[in-house]
Design a protein around this ligand. Structure first.
Ligand SMILES: [Zn+2]
Length: 340
């Protein structure tokens, strides 16, 4: 890894926080941003560290996609509520990783249309989103043992409660501790997939030999208190399990026993093949069979035209559903999952 990146220049992003210092520090990563209203300005990406003594270093981040709010709340709460004396090692906390996107409440950055989770390993000469990906990749993942990335369905999707994604590690010595961490997180559903998106954070983590856990917490552009409560307990429990957190916040048990599932790259995704108005015919959490009607797409601009029925291509559990009714060809309507 080092030989691959050694010749790259230093990131233009500068941390106000000394990532190696003990105690609690809260500040910003300064991303240089020279624009009409601010020639020598920078964008403030919030960051905090909590460090005490010897132990693992864990990165917990949210706001990878800016319209996913549950994780932004949870990471901010970790920053406020953890006494650094309860830490054994170091927590690096990034509540709004793609800050321009999170400030705007958008999945992608309004500055460059960048989708941070499709931007790894990033580019130190690139756009703001590419700069952030490069900083996370080279400056943060290079010094952590575990990364926890908190997502949700965002504005366009909703997950069935709280779910966790992990990528199966071909190295069996790493797979066992990964599964232990999945169960320690204790979210209702746990998706164990084969191969990571090559430009996503989990692939970047794997390149660094870092254990990666990605949570999908509700969504729909809103915050669900029950999902938030489950995720908070799971997050604290897995941090305790990883050995980086002790003390009164760590619950004695995970919130749930996780149901292990997998999501197939193609057959578990249901797409719209027309522009229309989406009417779901099933509910989140339903068990469906192959060929079962999934949705109707209506065409109110052509009231004489019958709606088109969309069918499930495979059997499975309805894990995730589109939120907005107005739909275009190519939009994802459902994501299924099936037992491992
Ligand atoms: Zn996301």
């Amino acid at each position: 890894m080092a030989s691959q990146t050694a010749e790259k220049p230093v990131s233009p992003i500068q941390s106000e926080v000394d990532l190696q210092a003990p105690g609690k520090q809260i500040g910003y990563l300064r991303l240089p941003h020279s624009v009409h209203r601010s020639a020598y300005g920078w964008l403030p990406i919030p960051i905090a560290t909590l460090a005490c003594g010897e132990g693992p270093t864990v990165l917990v981040m949210a706001g990878n996609h800016g319209d996913e709010y549950e994780g932004q709340i949870l990471v901010s709460r970790l920053i406020r509520e953890i006494d650094p004396q309860w830490v054994q090692g170091r927590l690096i906390l990034l509540p709004m990783a793609n800050f321009p996107a999170a400030r705007a409440g958008l999945r992608t950055s309004p500055l460059d249309d960048g989708n941070l989770n499709r931007s790894f390993p990033g580019d130190p000469h690139g756009t703001p989103t590419q700069l952030i990906a490069d900083y996370i990749d080279r400056s943060l993942l290079s010094q952590v043992q575990v990364v926890i990335d908190l997502h949700s369905g965002g504005s366009s999707l909703r997950y069935n409660g709280a779910a966790l994604f992990a990528q199966r590690d071909p190295d069996t010595r790493k797979q066992e501790p990964l599964m232990d961490a999945v169960h320690a997180f204790g979210l209702t559903l746990a998706f164990i997939n084969e191969s990571p998106n090559p430009v996503g954070l989990l692939a970047a983590a794997r390149r660094h030999g870092v254990m990666g856990l990605l949570a999908e917490l509700g969504g729909g552009g809103e915050v669900t208190p029950s999902v938030l409560a489950t995720a908070w307990q799971g997050l604290l429990h897995v941090l305790g399990h990883l050995g980086v957190l002790k003390g009164p916040l760590v619950p004695p048990a995970p919130p749930h026993s996780s149901r292990l599932l997998y999501v197939h790259r193609s057959k578990h995704y249901v797409y719209a093949h027309d522009d229309g108005v989406f009417e779901p015919l099933v509910r989140l959490g339903d068990r469906v069979v192959a060929g079962q009607p999934a949705a109707l797409l209506h065409f109110p601009a052509h009231p004489g035209r019958d709606p088109v029925q969309v069918q499930f291509p495979a059997a499975g559990l309805v894990a995730c559903q589109r939120v907005p009714a107005l739909t275009e060809r190519g939009d994802c309507l459902f994501q299924l999952a099936d037992d491992l």
